[in-house]
Design a protein around this ligand. Structure first.
Ligand SMILES: Nc1ncnc2c1ncn2[C@@H]1O[C@H](COP(=O)(O)OP(=O)(O)OP(=O)(O)O)[C@@H](O)[C@H]1O
Length: 351
């Protein structure tokens, strides 16, 4: 239980934050909608005066017919210096650089010596992980229907392509960092690990992100290309969306690598087109992964062409990358042709 003194200190801090926000044109509500390692996110409202001053904010909120925003408050006085000096500026830079994309909206920032405030578009329907888990429960079947997964994945790919086009790699793409707004649009968030690169093929060396979504080259502590590492994470996200599970799940990087080398396993019926796309992204060799352009035009992303692709897949002479056994999983729901069937940790529960 919190001590009285701690509660009083928290109350004072919150009142200061309410004041700071009011001075900057926002009413901070006491409804906390999320928290991170060094941040708290509250529901806020833009004042009429703010709406008069900020045309972009006003027109965006008008289209939504409300004045709500998410206010992320980072206590820079309490956060480690490295976070305030390195990761937070990167997050703000990245959000600003990607501002003009529908999936990512930072309206403005303000700060004082104690806190930095990020005013963000409100994504009121929680994150993708919660959505997958809730939908799985409702359907009594793990994962989203492919049609819904396709609709969301298209937006995610578009948001990541936008980042890459302006020279930003996210480096922490995961279901928890993809939020949903009230209209079902995705909002990419948490750019704390994002980095900019000036050379197309420049390599990075910092370990970022969550092990389950992290590209094998990073787990192996190799220098890596940030764009190609983001592509791996996209493969993990798509797998999670359609199966409700993570493809590889281990706490320790060396065990993860072992699992990845054993190969991917689909334990439930997923269309061959979707499997092909996931396989194309989850390639051990970074250079062998599908590029974003190829992802965006992959037949699974364009349903109209999927029938043609299906024919091509089954055409004589094509190497059978997707065996019939995978298209129609066995009664046990395992991959009989996989050396790891039953034994490997692929298909671990989300969460
Ligand atoms: N725009 C938003 N709309 C609604 N909720 C949000 C928004 N931004 C963040 N949140 C909520 O706040 C949580 C923390 O936000 P965020 O991930 O940006 O913080 P963080 O400090 O970078 O987190 P972490 O320490 O996990 O990296 C999110 O998981 C989400 O639940």
């Amino acid at each position: 239980m919190k001590s009285c003194a701690k509660r009083e200190a928290d109350r004072k801090t919150f009142m200061e934050q309410v004041r700071d926000s009011k001075e900057n044109g926002y009413l901070l509500s006491s409804r906390k909608i999320g928290s991170g390692a060094f941040s708290k996110v509250y529901l806020g409202y833009a004042t009429q005066e703010k709406l008069r001053q900020n045309y972009k904010l006003a027109s965006d909120l008008r289209s939504k017919r409300h004045s709500m925003v998410a206010i992320k408050i980072i206590s820079t006085a309490k956060a480690p210096l490295e976070y305030s000096r390195k990761f937070l500026p990167r997050e703000i830079y990245s959000l600003n650089a990607t501002y003009k994309h529908i999936n990512i909206q930072l309206y403005e920032t303000y700060r004082n010596s104690r806190c930095t405030y990020l005013v963000l578009e409100l994504a009121s329907r929680g994150d993708l992980l919660e959505h997958i888990n809730a939908t799985s429960d409702r359907r009594e079947c793990p994962g989203l229907e492919e049609e819904e997964a396709r609709r969301l994945f298209r937006q995610i790919v578009s948001a990541v392509a936008h980042c890459h086009n302006v020279g930003i790699v996210h480096r922490d793409l995961k279901c928890e960092n993809i939020l949903l707004d009230e209209r079902g649009f995705i909002k990419l968030t948490d750019f704390g690990f994002a980095n900019r690169y000036s050379l197309k093929n420049s390599l990075m060396s910092t370990f970022c992100g969550s092990v389950a979504y992290t590209a094998p080259e990073i787990l192996m502590s190799k220098k890596y290309n940030g764009e190609l590492a983001d592509l791996w994470s996209l493969g993990v996200i798509l797998y999670a969306m359609v199966t409700g599970k993570l493809p590889f799940k281990e706490r320790q990087p060396h065990k993860m690598i072992h699992m990845i080398k054993q190969g991917l396993c689909f334990r439930q019926p997923i269309s061959p087109e979707c499997q092909d796309l996931i396989q194309g992204l989850l390639q051990l060799k970074p250079g062998a992964r599908l590029g974003l352009q190829q992802v965006a035009t992959h037949c699974w992303m364009l349903p109209a062409t999927s029938a043609i692709f299906h024919q091509a897949l089954n055409a004589p002479g094509r190497a059978p990358e997707l065996s019939p056994a995978l298209e129609k999983p066995s009664a046990q729901g395992m991959c009989p042709d996989s050396p790891t069937a039953g034994g490997h940790g692929g298909g671990e529960a989300l969460g």
